[in-house]
Design a binder for this molecule. Structure first.
Ligand code: MSP
Length: 729
């Protein structure tokens, strides 16, 4: 599929806006790097390009993450948004605008969109009870307590009076729209999925939330905030100026909307291909021209994501191999649209094979020989032989083939074919060996051969460099200098990709000094990257106060301005819990939420009297494995959760262990809405002696992390599905 606007004078492309509940990792960098490469190529083709990225900062997920990190939502979002932006700058990404959904310009635009939808009769008020997946910020059609079909996390039952969008009214129109615009969704697998989703029937969509407040207030009814996906999707128009009265904003919106391409991850195609066009149709705004879904970057067999704990940071790759190496690897290794594995070994192999020994070595050979034999000045190539004709033909075929493959987002094949030309040019040099003068060849003939071969190879390199510029902006800038062609960025501004043709390197051109491009990665490169990641993980965990602090699905981020708290200084406010009598089990670090009789962890020595961290380790009291196995930890599911009259901190739970059901009292009423616990899988201490509280018997204890900030419990849970009664050991 060719993006429809390739020939147009302007091009607007967007990345998804990233949630600020997690720090950026390679999965996020992937989409942004792809967009950057496209934007660079479009600009170098003389197309007026607008590349937008930004951060998605509202919603329940962010509200909870901020709470867990112990800081205000805006402050929290500002910090993480700054990390994303900082990383994009470090990577040299050329976005034209960076939108944060907490900005005033966005809020104004979202409220205008909401009001427009309401005025046009597409939003009404109603009540709703359904399952909500906080992680995906999505309503899902599953029974109470069932996991989210997309991400597998437990859904929450939400019962609210909400505003609804008449999505059902768009079923036919959307199907017609897909039919009339076959290029709207890509790849084909995503298109088929979307169409079958719409064909299976569309229900009206709840587009406001009233049970939390971190969002954009619904105009005229501020108890509600706009549903985070309606809020987020609108960024594509609010960033251009939708909702603004400023003439400059209105002109930008008029110029760049509709978007030529929204680049997204495949799991968010429903939002972009169903909801978004429906919202726009309802509001009377043009629909985007295309949505393209990338696959997932996998690491250690799974989607790279913070909740799996299998992330790799772009900074690590940059530090050891450079930003271009990362860009090249991601675009060459992963056929766009498919899932692709990331591994340090594969990265180093590609780097050494294609960049250090391939392109880098070729450039270095030719530039050095040009200096050595011709004082760095490009000679007249003279009469050509069959070998030059063949290389020229191959180069011209590469010029003709590269653009269409790239514009179809088939970066992998585009690079593969260009690197075939790298290999061909290398082979041409080797066969003609301009450094070797056979005895029978006259000096004159040898000089002519050197001029012909080096001039021809340099010309092939010039073409390769021009075409590779959007993918390897740093390296190609260096090569352009070495070829004596000046700043590649200036060439890009002058639309040099519109006229890439054989014969651009003129005799007399003075080469720049040779400079290393891709120094060969040594054996320890993988080990260095692994060590950098480990170091980072360690420092993040230490900064968060020790390994037991962050919940598995939450960002490992500390509130700002707080120094790391040694583990021994953590003083959970056990007074917040119902009855605080400690038991041996409650002293294990993970046992924070309690049944009736258990307290939060009790490591309470006064900070002033704390020995240094090292001696804390020495004095640690170890338990044996035999001690540990005495604690019977089991997976259970909450069947019933309710408040206990006159006990404002206690909840009564009935839990199912698979082999039996039992009642547990837990001091978590201030932190968990009982109805949201129903169906949730938790961990309990199953062999704790029963104890009576408020006339009720408690048979066990819940396990939870205790937040260092206020002792709030965060229940332990699982990412994978686990059978009831499974033992933790
Ligand atoms: N905030 C929403 C998007 C709103 S757009 C109006 C969101 N944010 S996200 O941070 O969870 O994901 C942003 C993008 O990063 C998605 O396209 C997602 O697919 C991408 N990736 C996150 N991890 C990824 C991989 N491991 N691999 C490839 N892309 C992945 O969804």
């Amino acid at each position: 599929m060719t993006t429809p606007a390739t020939e147009k004078a302007r091009y607007y492309l967007t990345t998804p806006i990233y949630y600020v509940n997690a720090r950026p990792h390679l999965g996020h960098a992937y989409s942004t790097i792809v967009c950057d490469a496209i934007a660079r190529r479009k600009r170098a083709l003389g197309i007026d390009t607008w590349f937008l990225t930004g951060t998605d900062e509202h919603g329940q997920k962010i509200e909870r993450s901020a709470k867990l990190a112990g800081c205000g939502e805006y402050e929290f979002a500002t910090r993480i948004s700054g990390e994303f932006r900082g990383l994009w700058d470090k990577l040299g990404l050329t976005y034209d605008d960076y939108i944060r959904t907490t900005e005033e310009r966005h809020k104004r635009g979202v409220q205008k969109l909401f009001s427009t939808l309401k005025e046009r009769g597409f939003i009404y008020k109603g009540s709703y009870t359904g399952q909500y997946c906080v992680s995906d910020e999505a309503w899902v059609d599953v029974p109470p307590g069932a996991p989210c079909p997309d991400c597998g996390r437990i859904t929450e039952t939400v019962s609210e009076e909400n505003y609804f969008f008449k999505l059902s009214a768009f079923e036919r129109r959307l199907l017609e729209f897909y039919e009339e615009n076959p290029g709207f969704i890509g790849p084909e697998s995503t298109r088929r999925e979307v169409i079958s989703f719409v064909r299976s029937g569309l229900k009206d969509l709840s587009v406001s939330r009233a049970s939390f407040s971190w969002g954009i207030p619904v105009p005229g009814d501020e108890k509600h905030v706009v549903y985070v996906w309606l809020d987020a999707l609108a960024n594509y128009i609010t960033a251009l100026g939708y909702g603004s009265d400023e003439p400059a904003d209105q002109a930008r919106f008029k110029k760049f909307w509709p978007a030529d391409m929204h680049l997204i991850g495949k799991e968010i195609s429903r939002f972009h291909c169903v909801y978004w066009p429906a919202f726009l149709m309802a509001a009377g705004i043009e629909t985007p021209r295309s949505v393209r879904a990338n696959g997932w970057l996998l690491f250690d067999q799974g989607k790279m994501s913070k909740s799996r704990g299998n992330i790799v940071r772009a900074e690590t790759v940059m530090e050891v191999l450079g930003a271009d190496a990362l860009r090249y690897f991601l675009l060459r290794e992963i056929p766009f649209g498919q899932d692709g594995n990331f591994s340090f070994d594969a990265l180093v192999q590609r780097y050494n094979g294609d960049l250090a020994n391939g392109y880098g070595n070729l450039v270095s050979r030719v530039v050095n020989m040009m200096h050595k034999y011709f004082g760095g000045v490009v000679p007249e190539t003279g009469a050509t032989t069959e070998a030059e004709t063949a290389l020229r033909a191959h180069t011209e075929a590469a010029i003709a083939g590269f653009g269409p493959l790239f514009d179809e987002l088939n970066f992998s094949e585009a690079l593969k074919s260009l690197w075939a030309l790298v290999a061909e040019t290398d082979g041409y040099l080797t066969v003609n060996a301009p450094w070797k003068k056979p005895a029978e060849r006259s000096d004159e003939d040898h000089a002519a051969l050197q001029a012909r071969v080096l001039g021809t190879a340099a010309e092939a390199i010039r073409v390769i460099t021009a075409l590779a510029y959007p993918i390897l902006p740093e390296a190609t800038a260096k090569v352009w200098q070495q070829l004596g062609l000046g700043e590649i960025a200036d060439a890009a501004k002058n639309s040099f990709l519109t006229s890439v043709a054989w014969g651009g390197l003129k005799p007399g051109t003075k080469f720049g000094e040779p400079a290393p491009l891709f120094p060969r990665a040594e054996k320890d490169a993988v080990a260095r990257m692994v060590a950098l990641e480990e170091e980072n993980n360690k420092s993040v965990i230490e900064a968060a106060g020790g390994p037991s602090q962050p919940a598995p699905d939450e960002p490992k981020i500390l509130p700002p301005q707080k120094t790391a708290t040694p583990k021994s200084e953590i003083k959970p406010e056990s007074k917040k819990m119902e009855e605080t009598k400690p038991t041996p089990v409650a002293e294990t670090p993970a046992a924070a939420a309690t049944s009736s009789n258990e307290a939060a962890p009790v490591t309470q020595a006064a900070p002033a009297e704390q020995p240094p961290a090292a001696s804390v380790v020495e004095e640690k009291q170890y338990i044996t494995i035999d001690d540990f196995v005495k604690v019977d930890l089991r997976v259970a599911q909450v069947l019933v959760a309710e408040r206990i009259p006159k006990a404002d901190k206690l909840l009564r739970l009935e839990v199912d262990l698979g082999y039996e059901k039992r009642q547990i009292l837990a001091g978590i009423a201030q932190y968990y809405e009982p109805e949201k616990l129903i169906g949730r899988k938790i961990v309990i201490v199953a062999n704790l002696a029963p104890r009576k509280m408020r006339g009720l018997e408690s048979n066990g204890m819940l396990l939870a992390a205790s937040l260092p900030t206020d002792g709030a419990p965060v229940l332990a849970g699982f990412l994978e599905d686990v059978p009831l009664g499974a033992r933790l050991k």
